[in-house]
Write a protein that binds this ligand. Structure first.
Ligand code: ATP
Length: 344
């Protein structure tokens, strides 16, 4: 539905040039929720603003629903943008307009008649759960309610794509969950494709189907969310996953764990697995079969993309060769096993 093809964006200013996006290629499938994550300055805002040409790429193509936005005339671009809704971190509502008037704005601008506007907005107010707030002003609403108004406004022109620019970053955790549930609901009910940028892995974990990491304007990794959590490929992805599952990096674990193997040291393993029913028997079996002791250093269970995933860090005490065989045994049973370090 959205395709970034070799997109670059260079900002030129008095203090020099910044390459905010560097040859970014991504494909966001129709009907999916796609998250782009990255640290501050990675290029996330620039990327999402390129998806509706609020920012024009310096090079590359941005194809939305089959049309390369970069090539469109101003009139065709205005038309194409009706298919692309957008919501923002700070909601961007008109303070002097009611909830109804805010949602009606894109329809009014498109010249729709009052009766048609009413017909469109009534179900939208219901969808976002704000039927009783239609005559309230933004100042009378909570942050979550304001974001609901912004979502309804974005949906008023029945877009095919919704862009979410840090849409939950200004909200408390409980309100964040309710807005994420609403986005998931809309995605399912309307088949809307959602591209979101966020620095919160919580958002990726709970609603995204796929995820990409940006760093210094480049895509360093992209994958479906389960694989991303189970088997991150890059150090940066590992860092994001560890933070999301509250797994301490090896350097922050109790003293004595080191990166290098030394004479007589035992391996410390990070074990990641899907589901929770099989892991206990597998570890017990590995311990018995290879005559090892597994002692748990840290453990966490998380729901990722609706599935339970486990994250364990264990010390394996026993014969070195047996410890290697146990790792192979666990891998054979679909557990992700990585040697995190060694302890004496
Ligand atoms: N209009 C601009 N003019 C000059 N440089 C810009 C402009 N917009 C962004 N940049 C620079 O481009 C780089 C990427 O910025 P961008 O806002 O896309 O990152 P981000 O990942 O969204 O960061 P954050 O999470 O802090 O919002 C940064 O170095 C930023 O300073």
């Amino acid at each position: 539905m959205i395709r970034f093809e070799k997109v670059s964006k260079v900002f030129r200013g008095s203090s020099g040039t910044v390459k905010a996006l560097d040859d970014v290629s991504l494909w966001i499938p129709e009907g999916s929720i796609y998250g782009v994550i990255g640290s501050s300055g990675a290029g996330k805002s620039t990327l999402i603003r390129c998806a509706n040409l609020l920012e024009r790429p310096t090079a590359g193509r941005v194809v939305v629903d089959g049309r390369d936005l970069v090539q469109l005339s101003p009139a065709d671009l205005r038309n194409a943008r009706r298919d692309i809704g957008m919501i923002f971190q700070y909601f961007n509502l008109l303070a002097n307009s009611t909830v109804y008037e805010n949602i009606a704005l894109p329809l009014k601008l498109a010249g729709e008649k009052a009766a048609r506007i009413e017909e469109t907005i009534a179900p939208l107010l219901e969808l976002v759960g704000l039927e009783d707030k239609r005559d309230s002003y933004p100042s009378q609403l909570s942050g979550g309610q304001k974001q609901r108004v912004a979502i309804a406004r974005a949906l008023a022109s029945q877009p095919k794509v919704l862009l979410c620019d840090e849409a939950t970053s200004a909200l408390d955790p409980k309100t964040t969950v309710s807005i994420l549930n609403l986005l998931r609901d809309i995605n399912r009910k309307l088949g809307l494709t959602i591209l979101l940028i966020t620095h919160e892995m919580e958002v990726v974990k709970s609603i995204c189907d796929q995820v990409a990491i940006l760093s210094d304007g480049q895509v360093v990794e992209h994958n479906d969310v389960e694989s991303f959590f189970l088997n991150p490929q890059t150090d940066l992805a590992r860092e994001f996953v560890r933070a999301a599952v509250h797994e301490k990096p090896i350097e922050d674990l109790p003293a004595g764990i080191q990166k290098e193997q030394t004479e007589g040291s035992h391996p410390v393993l990070h074990i990641t697995f899907l589901g929770n029913s099989t892991v206990q028997p597998l570890i017990t079996q590995a311990a018995r079969q290879f005559n090892l002791d597994f002692s748990i250093i840290q453990a966490d269970m998380e729901t990722v993309h609706g599935k339970t995933m486990g994250f364990l860090t264990v010390e394996v005490v026993g014969d070195e060769l047996n410890a290697k065989s146990a790792q192979a045994f666990l891998r054979k049973h679909d557990l992700q096993v990585e040697v995190a370090g060694y302890v004496c």
